[in-house]
Each structure stands twice: as C-alpha cells, then as structure tokens.
Design a protein around this ligand. Structure first.
Ligand SMILES: [Zn+2]
Length: 484
C-alpha cells in the first residue's frame, strides 16, 4: 500500500481504482476509522484520518480518567513530528553512536528518530548546532518535512494558491507541492498560515492524505481544514490589576466620594462593573470605586479582550495620503489593516472604535479626543514608514514623557512589535520612546505601530499582500498584553 502511494506521488500520477477496489477501500476506511478517543467524535473534521493513523500505530492517544483522548488541538514538537513521519513511511529508529546535536543527548527518547530523519534529509538541524527537539513545529516546517518524506515536488508554474507564502520563502515550493497534491487546502481559501503551530489534528490530516490518496482533498474545493468555531456568547470575569501605589478606593464613582481605603501597585481586585472611568470593585467585604486609568482590566475567563474598549487609529486619510511609493498610499494600507483588526477584535468580544472608517481626515487632536471621550482602554495607531529604498523593518512607539500609562504602553508596544516581526518575518527595529502627538496626549496605554517601509520593495509587497496577517499580528500582540 505504502509503496504504491509513494510511487504514485513521485510520478504525480492520478490513481484510478476499479469499482471493486473502491468498495474495498471504503470498507477498510470505516473499520479503521473507529477511534476510541472521546475528544474525537464522529463529526470531528479529522475523525477518519486520526482513526486511520491510530490503527497503524502512527499516532497514539493519552489515558485520562474518563478514557483515552487524543488532544487534537495540542501542538506537535519536532521530535514527535520526526517519529510520526518516519513511522508513516515505514522507517525505524537509527542507532545513535555519536551525539549529533548539542541539545539531543543519546538517551533522549527521540534521538534515534531524529538521527534517522536527518540521515534521510527529512529534517535538518539549526546553524548553531542544535535541533530544538521540544520546539513546536510550525506549518511552514511541516510542509517541508512532509514534502521531503513523501518526495512531493512543487511545480511553481501550476500557480500560487496562498497569499501569505512569498516568493523568497524557502518552503514555498513545498507548500505549493502539498496544495497541488491535495494534502492541504490552507487555513482559509487564500491563507496557508505558515507561522502557525501545527496541531495534532492538522498533522494527522496531512499525514493521512500524504499516505493514502483516498483522504486527499479536491484542489478546487477550498474547504477549511478546521471547522470555524460557532460564535458563543462571550462570558467574562474581570479583575483589576492596580498600577500605582496608594490608589484611592472611593465610596461613590466620583473624585468627591469619600475615601474608604487604598490599594498598592500589583494588587488584584475583583471587578463588578465598569462605567466610564470608574471601576466598581470588591474591596474586602465592601464595594468601592477606583479610577480606570490606574488599573489594568484583565479577564480571568472568556477572551482576553472581551468588553475592552479599543480605539484603532488608521493613520492619515482624506487629503493626507501619508507616505506614497510606487502608486501605493500609506492611508489605504493602514485602513485595510485596521479594518481587518477591527473584525478580529470584535469577534473576540471587544468594543472597537475606529477614529476613521473610510477615507476621511480627522485631525490628530480629534483622534485623541475621540479616544478620551470614549473612555478607551487602549489606543492603537497604525502607520507605514518611509525613507530611502534600503530602509526596512517594523518599529513601534510609546511615550513615557507625558502619557499617564507610559509603562503599560511600552509593554503593549513590545508585544505588538514582536508579533509582527515574527508572523511576517520583518526586520526588528525595536520599540522606541517617542512623543508622537497621538500617543503623548492620550492617557490610556497608547502605541503607534509602523508596520514596515512603503519605500522598500519587500516591505511594501508584504503590506500590500498580507494586510490580514499584519492585523492578525497586532491582534495577537494585544491578546498577549492582556494575558500578562
Ligand atoms: Zn504615518
């Protein structure tokens, strides 16, 4: 079976089965598919594939108190991936005589699998002599190792199926190969999401499809691999982390209310409700009020951004195009990224307010007043940089000179900058303390993100073709800020 699949894959041939074979395959599939994992129900998107791999001993589950489970959403480490792939192509562990990688000792459970995977050219180590056995495998790396193991060769002339896999990525040919072989349809019709960690469910689907054509997807279908979660009402429990020492707790939501106590930096109190600038908290056995700007509101359940008031400020607009290069304008790029970010935050339950929803020009003062008048929890201004053609990369600004929440702004800037650099492979220009008008004159955590340089060919290309991914990176940065 395996040999036949491999030879088909190499030749790129289409498998034509006789009717008898089809019936037989179908019977086998049903028998193989009976998994006993309680977290992989029959309607799970990977039910058949996980059952198939499980029956062949390529994947195993975990023992829990209520039976065995598979943990389909759990990530896969590089060592685990090496073992799964080698087992799938009928390979065995190699004997390790000398330690090859500084972080894989001979007694590591995966040493033999890693050694064999390297011998076969399926996996390789890193430049610093390590392998990273416990690192999570991302979808870019998965495409490469599966294509190498099953000898799928990408023909880039067939076309580019995804808009987040760029010409200069070394895994591009592998992603294209997997797409045209029917191994992946992407995470969305036009996204492969190369930097996303691989889940056990995804890895199982990719492997089963690579091993057996009966699992493959028709290339034109564009169906999602993972089901889109159905929106459920977002319930949250919120706490207030106190950001300053000696914060007054008042009996009424007003600076004239009598002081019933005080809180210190780092203390956490349960939140009953938030009204404009006043947070109603549980203070011992009493109820009191603290000023919102001296707290960080954190959801201890539900999504990290639910109920947070987030102002997104797409830079420039209207008569002010911002930076212009090769026919592209900063105002159009940043509006598209902002609109995508707005959708993501709203889907997670945030209250999102845009300083501009179209091609209009609010003044810098208007933008600041807008955020203050809406008692925003956070202000995120989105821009693109311009300079000489060689300047490139992402940088994010915060202000500690006069913004009351300068330190919080700095933390937010760091999370957002990190996510953009990593998700889009941008040069990291770092975070900078700089009193730009909109972040300096605001009083809530405020940042100004420069996505990349519109004057640099590579940065501009990324901004024009990956607006959704830039939005995703900012979104993740905001989530990380709230999680900490
Ligand atoms: Zn700008």
């Amino acid at each position: 079976m395996l040999k036949k699949v491999l030879s088909c894959a190499i030749a790129g041939a289409i498998v034509v089965s006789s009717p008898v074979a089809v019936i037989k395959d179908f019977t086998v599939l049903k028998a193989e598919a009976s998994t006993n994992f309680y977290d992989v129900p029959t309607n799970h998107v990977g039910y058949d594939e996980i059952g198939y791999l499980s029956s062949k001993g390529i994947v195993t589950g975990y023992k829990g108190q209520s039976g065995s489970y598979f943990a389909p959403q759990k990530t896969v480490t590089r060592a685990q991936a090496a073992k799964m792939i080698l087992t799938a192509i009928g390979q065995k562990e190699a004997t390790v005589t000398t330690q090859r990688f500084s972080d894989v000792s001979k007694s590591h459970w995966g040493a033999g699998w890693i050694e064999r995977a390297v011998q076969l050219g399926i996996f390789s180590g890193k430049q610093d002599g390590t392998f990273g056995p416990e690192d999570t495998l991302n979808r870019a790396q998965m495409s490469k190792v599966i294509a190498q193991a099953f000898k799928f060769e990408g023909d880039v002339s067939l076309g580019e199926p995804f808009d987040d896999v760029w010409v200069n990525h070394d895994f591009r040919e592998h992603v294209i190969a997997l797409y045209w072989e029917g191994i992946t349809t992407g995470t969305k019709p036009t996204h492969y999401s190369p930097w996303t960690n691989v889940t056990r469910s995804q890895m199982s689907m990719f492997l089963a499809r690579a091993m057996d054509p009966k699992f493959r997807v028709k290339v034109s279908q564009g169906e999602p691999e993972e089901p889109t979660p159905t929106p459920t009402p977002i319930q949250t429990t919120t706490e207030a982390v106190i950001l300053t020492n000696g914060l007054n707790v008042r009996s009424t939501p007003s600076t004239t209310g009598s002081v019933i106590g005080s809180l210190s930096k780092g203390e956490r109190v349960a939140v009953h409700s938030v009204d404009n600038y006043w947070v109603k908290i549980q203070y011992g056995n009493q109820v009191g009020y603290v000023h919102k700007l001296y707290t960080k509101l954190r959801n201890t359940s539900g999504t990290p951004v639910a109920k947070r008031i987030i102002v997104i400020d797409p830079g420039h607009g209207g008569k002010d195009p911002g930076a212009v290069s090769s026919g592209s304008t900063e105002k159009a790029i940043v509006l598209a990224v902002s609109q995508s970010l707005e959708k993501k935050l709203k889907a997670a339950g945030a209250i999102v307010l845009m300083t501009r929803a179209g091609d209009t020009y609010p003044t810098l003062g208007d933008r600041v007043e807008f955020a203050k008048n809406n008692y925003a929890d956070m202000f995120v201004s989105i821009h693109a940089n311009a300079a000489t053609a060689s300047a490139n990369g992402t940088e994010t600004f915060y202000d500690t000179s006069s913004n009351l929440n300068g330190e919080e702004s700095k933390l937010l800037a760091a999370e957002i900058n990190k996510q953009i650099v990593s998700l889009l492979n941008m040069r990291d220009r770092g975070i900078k303390d700089n009193g730009f008008f909109v972040i300096k004159n605001n009083n809530m955590p405020s940042v100004l993100v420069e996505l990349g340089f519109i004057t640099n060919t590579s940065d501009r290309e990324k901004m024009l073709t990956n607006k959704d991914l830039f939005a995703e990176a900012i979104y993740r940065g905001i989530l990380e800020y709230y999680k900490k």
